[in-house]
Design a binder for this molecule. Structure first.
Ligand SMILES: *Cc1c(COP(=O)(O)O)cnc(C)c1O
Length: 362
């Protein structure tokens, strides 16, 4: 029941827009007059073809992608991209630049090393527990590419602006801030995002790859690990994750038609994050963990004066109808993930709850 839904601050899988869930529910038994559920139809049918084409067209419009960019839907999550990028796009004899801004970047770096390829970690914020995004990075002009994590889901930091890398393409893991703000796609060779944070359910990874990257793909890779396999067959070399792609399509439709595009979405996200950070900045009780200039607008990480109070906070918040506020198990503390689908009303209610909790326990 709609009235039993909680304020969902999950980090991923995370909240989806309510109108999207309602549209799925309404059409679940009979999709587009087919007499079948979306989960029962062929991926080669005209019905699914319309779904995937619309998902791609909307993605192109939202991100202002020109014809050089292919929009692909892959499986294996963002984690498979950590290995596919060096496998496909880092030629023998070349090296890649990686910026290490946290857990996910660290995992991406590891996958290059496993392949015996050369990775230069050109900057890292590990010295202060990944609380900031490095500046003035000495990128190598002859690197095959630069890899960054645009939003660090666990540490609560985000690139406010993307780095200047000249002609070196940027590969960006945008899993947790894809479609949260507009940006210039042209410097990017690959943009990838596990859908389950900000653009859909688990089971599909959106991969946007620039045409010139496809020329780098070696012939001798396993078929399912080659970008060209998917770019040549419009993501339907084999069965795509149909239900996840359908849900993603509806999220893109919501972004375009209900929200009104990424400028509008960014303004809302800025407002939500501002409400939490402004409140915490005025409080002695709650302390944000990220440096001010590196704060994430998607994952607001914070601490209370003690671990005991953090436990109490999470427990009472859960009872009051706020879910997902526990920090990642690797870092502890608290985290409010405020992705696109989490409304201003939810953030406002959370700030009120935090105020009351502070009064009672501060
Ligand atoms: C969650 C997350 C991942 C891992 O995504 P999977 O789809 O589970 O592989 C990678 N990068 C970032 C930034 C994430 O937030």
């Amino acid at each position: 029941m709609k009235e039993h839904r909680i304020y969902n601050f999950n980090a991923g899988p995370a909240a989806l827009p309510l109108p999207v869930l309602e549209e799925i529910q309404e059409n679940f038994l009979n999709f587009a007059g087919s007499g079948m559920s979306i989960t029962e139809i062929s991926h080669r049918s005209k019905w699914f073809d319309a779904v995937i084409e619309d998902a791609i067209a909307r993605t192109r419009r939202l991100l202002k992608l020109d014809d050089r960019f292919h929009v692909l839907f892959l499986q294996g999550g963002a984690s498979l991209q950590f290995c596919m990028i060096p496998m496909n796009l880092l030629p023998e004899g070349k090296a890649a630049d990686y910026v290490n801004t946290g857990t996910w970047s660290t995992k991406a770096i590891k996958e290059v090393k496993i392949q015996g390829k050369t990775v230069n970690v050109v900057a890292s914020s590990e010295d202060r527990d990944f609380a900031y995004i490095p500046k003035n990075i000495p990128f190598n002009p002859d690197a095959a590419y630069v890899h960054i994590t645009s939003n660090n889901t666990i540490k609560g930091t985000q690139w406010a602006e993307f780095p200047e890398t000249g002609s070196v393409p940027i590969m960006a893991d945008m899993s947790s801030d894809m479609m949260s703000r507009p940006f210039d796609p042209n410097p990017f060779g690959v943009i990838y995002a596990g859908a389950q944070k900000n653009i859909g359910p688990a089971g599909v990874c959106m991969v946007i790859i620039r045409e010139d990257m496809l020329a780098r793909v070696p012939q001798n890779l396993p078929t399912m690990l080659k970008y060209t396999t998917f770019s040549e067959k419009n993501s339907m070399f084999n069965t795509p994750p149909c239900f996840a792609v359908y849900t993603l399509q509806l999220v893109m439709k919501w972004l375009e038609e209900t929200v009104g595009g990424l400028d509008k979405m960014a303004a809302i996200n800025e407002k939500k994050a501002g409400m939490l950070y402004d409140f915490m900045d005025r409080s002695e009780f709650y302390r944000g963990t990220a440096d001010t200039d590196s704060r994430s607008r998607m994952n607001v990480t914070f601490r209370l004066p003690s671990e005991a109070l953090e436990q109490k906070f999470i427990q009472e918040a859960t009872q009051a109808g706020f879910g997902g506020l526990k920090g990642h198990r690797s870092v502890g503390g608290c985290r409010a993930s405020i992705y696109n689908a989490t409304g201003i009303d939810a953030v406002s209610a959370l700030v009120d709850f935090m105020k009351t909790f502070e009064k009672r326990n501060g």
